[in-house]
Design a protein around this ligand. Structure first.
Ligand code: VG1
Ligand code: CO
Length: 544
């Protein structure tokens, strides 16, 4: 076995976005593309000799060859040890668990998360640091800078590693250990939640659940945890086998793409609890019988009920939500007397708050919830948290949510996505909004008056780093808001996200359909941002 040094030229577009570098699979699979990025990453990390890295992915097309390349490049870079999930599989939260448990220096996760996979789909790569969380922007910027200057990469020659057998081998002096991707994660879940209580919920009454693995990474995790350890019943998991193309589906757990689950949950025989996760297992969608839980509410309700769960019985230090996430969790924090932080979109901004012990729970409106048990959002963790609450309260999901609204008021909330619109026109829309920021305050639109408007900027309370231009906020009196931002995870054109929210304290008015309750604000968003004109679209692609 020898080390080959390969001459290359830089690619101009290797700048990581909201969550790592995401491109069309064909872009990643072209000669040198993956290698250039991995070498830029390895060059950015100081002195890897003797250090441990964790490597795994969501099983999508190109996962296996990419892992073989990464292992050979890690060996050429003298990495001490690489821990790989069997079959090259690791969910994003499980990768975070392994980095922390084995005190690895960091981890490389191969996934484009909720984006479709396959030869015509998307691929992605992200780097997580020693705390198990997504690398901070200072590091991703350094990787990008390195990629712009890269002239060569180093890779060992030799046969591929057998990824399907547990055990240990070496490339040069680098130890490669193939681990069970599920066991450590499942053990941690068992320490956080009352598995005996949840088992009796399944055993006693007629409680059933359905979990949709979307043919992505969570199938094996759900099988082990729900079916094997919690005895939920052998028919609990649907679409539970990870497939390279996710069975042709779009592994984004929302009401549109998880339609099979949604149909079951709205059928006359619907089980009491339904859930789905995304491509890499960090997202969660929660459904009750004939009932959908808005993700922002998931964070609020988990926070309000945290003391019912063994891992959180001593209370929460604080909570954090991304700026576009609804303000429902803030109301819970106020009652609990704890801080609620507002961060830019993307889990990397929660890392410092979690490390500093300022927050215990975090969440995003995009079906992401998590806690200080790892440094990623965690889909199955959220499902188990809900199950634990159901096991204690013995109420339906719907009645828990309605009770929450009665206590704290209801934040009506919806996100409208305009996918794959022209990138230039989307930029122009945002620019036009920036131009209006100074004149919007004080303006009235029907019953709403603009209290303030800005382009959200964030100063990290721990390291004082500043992040600018994170989304246009138009905040009305009485807790109504319109937020607009461009996605940082798409691979084609631009995706405009419009987040709309209002607050309803009157119990008698908490029963409306969200789109109806928000209709005035949706019209105001159109009026102010001229969405139809800039996107050329009559309506959003996805409404959540
Ligand atoms: C989206 C979501 C964001 C989430 C990110 C990664 O980003 O809005 O909340 O953190 O995806 O999620 P954007 O920039 O497209 O809005 V996923 O499950 O990668 O890991
Ligand atoms: Co994801």
């Amino acid at each position: 076995m020898t080390v080959n040094t390969i001459t290359t030229t830089p690619f101009p577009d290797q700048k990581p976005g909201t969550s790592g570098l995401r491109k069309k699979t064909a872009v990643f699979a072209q000669p040198h593309y993956l290698e250039n990025f991995v070498q830029s990453l390895l060059d950015t990390l100081p002195d890897l000799a003797g250090k441990t890295l964790v490597v795994g992915g969501d099983g999508r097309y190109f996962n296996r060859p990419a892992i073989q390349t990464i292992l050979k490049m890690a060996a050429a870079a003298n990495v001490g040890r690489v821990l790989v999930g069997r079959g090259g599989l690791l969910s994003t939260p499980a990768a975070s668990v392994l980095i922390r448990k084995y005190q690895a220096y960091g981890g490389i996760v191969l996934s484009a998360s909720h984006n479709p996979g396959g030869a015509d789909g998307d691929f992605g790569i992200k780097y997580n640091g020693t705390n198990g969380g997504p690398a901070a922007e200072a590091i991703t910027n350094a990787i990008y800078a390195r990629s712009r200057a890269l002239q060569q990469y180093r890779v060992t020659t030799g046969p591929d590693i057998d990824l399907d057998t547990l055990g240990r081998c070496t490339i040069q002096t680098t130890i490669i250990e193939v681990l069970d991707p599920v066991a450590d994660y499942a053990d941690l879940m068992e320490r956080l939640f009352d598995f005996a209580g949840i088992r009796s919920l399944f055993a006693e009454g007629n409680f059933r659940m359905c979990f949709d693995g979307m043919h992505a990474i969570t199938g094996p995790y759900a099988h082990e945890i729900l079916v094997n350890r919690l005895k939920s019943g052998s028919d609990t998991v649907i679409r539970g086998v990870p497939l390279e193309d996710f069975g042709g589906g779009h592994p984004d757990p929302n009401l549109v793409y998880a339609h099979e689950l949604v149909e079951r949950m709205y059928s006359p025989q619907a089980p009491g609890f339904g859930a789905a996760s995304d491509g890499d297992g960090d997202r969660n969608m929660i459904l009750g019988r004939h009932f959908f839980v808005t993700p922002s509410y998931s964070l609020a309700i988990l926070a309000a009920n945290a003391r019912l769960v063994p891992g959180y019985k001593h209370g929460l230090r604080g909570i954090a939500r991304s700026m576009p996430t609804s303000c429902a969790p803030d109301r819970v924090a106020a009652v609990l007397g704890i801080d609620c932080y507002e961060t830019p979109t993307g889990w990397k901004y929660f890392g410092n708050l979690l490390d500093a012990g300022k927050v215990t729970l975090c969440g995003e409106e995009s079906f992401g919830t998590g806690s200080d048990h790892v440094r990623e959002k965690d889909g199955l963790w959220a499902v188990l948290f809900w199950l634990n609450i159901l096991a204690v309260r013995r109420q339906s999901v719907e009645s828990i949510v309605r009770e929450h609204w009665r206590t704290y008021g209801r934040n009506y909330y919806s996100r409208h996505d305009y996918e794959e619109v022209d990138a230039g026109a989307a930029e122009q829309l945002v620019q036009e909004l920036r131009n209006q920021l100074s004149v919007l305050p004080g303006k009235s639109f029907g019953r709403y008056r603009v209290n303030f408007a800005d382009d959200f900027s964030y100063t990290d309370p721990v390291d004082q780093s500043v992040t600018l231009q994170q989304g246009i906020r138009i905040v009305m009196d009485e807790g109504a808001r319109i937020v607009l931002r461009l996605s940082g995870t798409g691979t084609l054109g631009a995706t405009l996200r419009v987040y709309i929210e209002s607050f309803e304290p009157d119990v008698g008015r908490q029963d409306q359909d969200a789109q109806v309750a928000l209709a005035d604000l949706i019209r105001i968003a159109e009026q102010v941002a001229q969405i139809r004109k800039f996107t050329g679209r009559e309506r959003p692609t996805v409404i959540t």
